[in-house]
Design a protein around this ligand. Structure first.
Ligand SMILES: NC(=O)c1ccc[n+]([C@@H]2O[C@H](COP(=O)([O-])OP(=O)(O)OC[C@H]3O[C@@H](n4cnc5c(N)ncnc54)[C@H](O)[C@@H]3O)[C@@H](O)[C@H]2O)c1
Ligand SMILES: O=c1ccn([C@@H]2O[C@H](COP(=O)(O)OP(=O)(O)O[C@H]3O[C@H](CO)[C@H](O)[C@H](O)[C@H]3O)[C@@H](O)[C@H]2O)c(=O)[nH]1
Length: 340
């Protein structure tokens, strides 16, 4: 049986594709290459270039491959962009996810793993860490677009013969410890990537979006999770579904928060480079702080993170950024190493 990875040419999806191949899974990748890269898809995976919203293509993919599970990363993931262009987010994250679920149901898949987000929680007025049972108040179209997809999954799984795991990622960062892939997004907006670029002189400075939040140093606090640990949670979710697991919604974070200033200081220390910063206004859609309670993932999936430190996240992210600089191109292929 094969696993369909949508968004497998993107940041997190390419790490998942490597992990599946390392586990000797048969992998099919669907990606429209809007923010991902063809070179990021290992050659052992079957690749289809196209849109998750394309029903005809989806029918062909399910017809040509024996797919028992879908891991759905394809989506749009920038909070302020969703505030500026909500309809695009509802189309890609909600509408296209519905189309994919429908195609999967028609093809008789057994399991669906969905990339949800901490943005479904919104501000919790200091009620931290957040649990899956916490009331949801998404404050951006991005968060709402993902919450609606969670609800569609809930109803579809109740009506049809499949199960799902929706993983609510907190702030994903870092790169493959074996250096095979990493975050390569052009025009990145995520803090750790932006600050690593600034440390290497690819940007003049880091803008700090808000210094007047009700946090100890006034900057936003997030729960940063290493992409390798996140991918391990997906591998466990897949195993859980194949073993007949009930629908599950679970946080993916470590339960520890770091401020923007703490993150930048860590990158300065690990890179040995200075990073210029400019204090600026708050960014639309941002919240002051969000930290996960990770207990459910441990309980239900047996998920035990192996890289749970900001230093490890930054070391791998910075090493990947240096690799991209040396290559001086985002389009050069990576060596096709694989674990045996
Ligand atoms: N990066 C994070 O911190 C974070 C946090 C929470 C949730 N997520 C979710 O994880 C998923 C992956 O995020 P990422 O950081 O790897 O982003 P990314 O932009 O690197 O990857 C997304 C991939 O999906 C592809 N894609 C987008 N829309 C598509 C469509 N309609 N059809 C086919 N391909 C499409 C893009 O080309 C890209 O390769 C997203 O759904 C995102 O919302 C990410
Ligand atoms: O140049 C920058 C970039 C970010 N920040 C700040 O750094 C923190 C983290 O911002 P990111 O852009 O790295 O990430 P977000 O918290 O906005 O969002 C990310 O994490 C969310 C969950 O917490 C969602 O899952 C979403 O998909 C993902 O993009 C925020 O306080 C933000 O204001 C800056 O100050 N300067």
């Amino acid at each position: 049986m094969a696993v369909l990875v949508t968004g497998g040419a993107g940041y997190i999806g390419s790490h998942m594709t490597w992990a599946l191949l390392d586990a000797h899974e048969d992998v099919v990748v669907l990606d429209r290459l809007s923010t991902g890269f063809r070179w990021a898809v290992p050659s052992e995976a079957r690749f289809y270039r196209g849109d998750v919203g394309d029903k005809v293509l989806l029918a062909r993919i399910f017809d040509e491959n024996s797919i028992d599970a879908v891991v759905h990363f394809a989506g749009s993931a920038i909070v302020p962009e969703s505030v500026a262009n909500p309809l695009a987010y509802y189309e890609n994250n909600t509408g296209n996810t519905r189309t994919l679920i429908e195609a999967g149901v028609k093809a008789g898949i057994g399991g669906f793993v969905f990339s949800s987000t901490a943005a479904v929680y919104g501000s919790q007025d200091g009620a931290e860490p957040v649990r899956e049972t916490t009331a949801l108040h998404p404050e951006s179209p991005y968060g709402l677009s993902k919450l609606m997809a969670e609800l569609i999954l809930r109803d579809a799984a109740a009506a049809h013969d499949f199960s799902y795991v929706a993983l609510r990622y907190f702030n994903v960062a870092g790169a493959d410890p074996l250096g095979r892939t990493g975050q390569s997004t052009t025009g990145a907006t995520h803090l750790i990537k932006v600050a690593c670029e600034a440390a290497l002189g690819k940007r003049p400075k880091v803008d700090i979006y808000g210094t007047d939040y009700s946090t100890p140093d006034g900057t936003g606090i997030r729960d940063y999770i290493h992409v390798a640990d996140l991918v391990e949670a997906h591998m466990r979710a897949l195993a859980y579904l194949r073993a007949g697991g009930e629908p599950l919604i679970s946080n993916c974070g470590y339960g520890e928060g770091f401020s923007v200033l703490q993150v930048i200081d860590t990158i300065r220390r690990i890179s040995g480079r200075d990073i210029a910063v400019k204090h600026g206004p708050r960014r639309p859609g941002d919240i002051a702080r969000i930290v996960a309670d990770p207990a459910l993932a441990r309980l239900k999936l047996g998920w035990v993170p192996a890289h749970a430190s900001l230093d490890q996240i930054v070391e791998s992210a910075f090493a990947w950024e240096e690799h991209l600089s040396r290559k001086n191109s985002y389009d050069l292929p990576r060596p096709q190493m694989r674990l045996v």
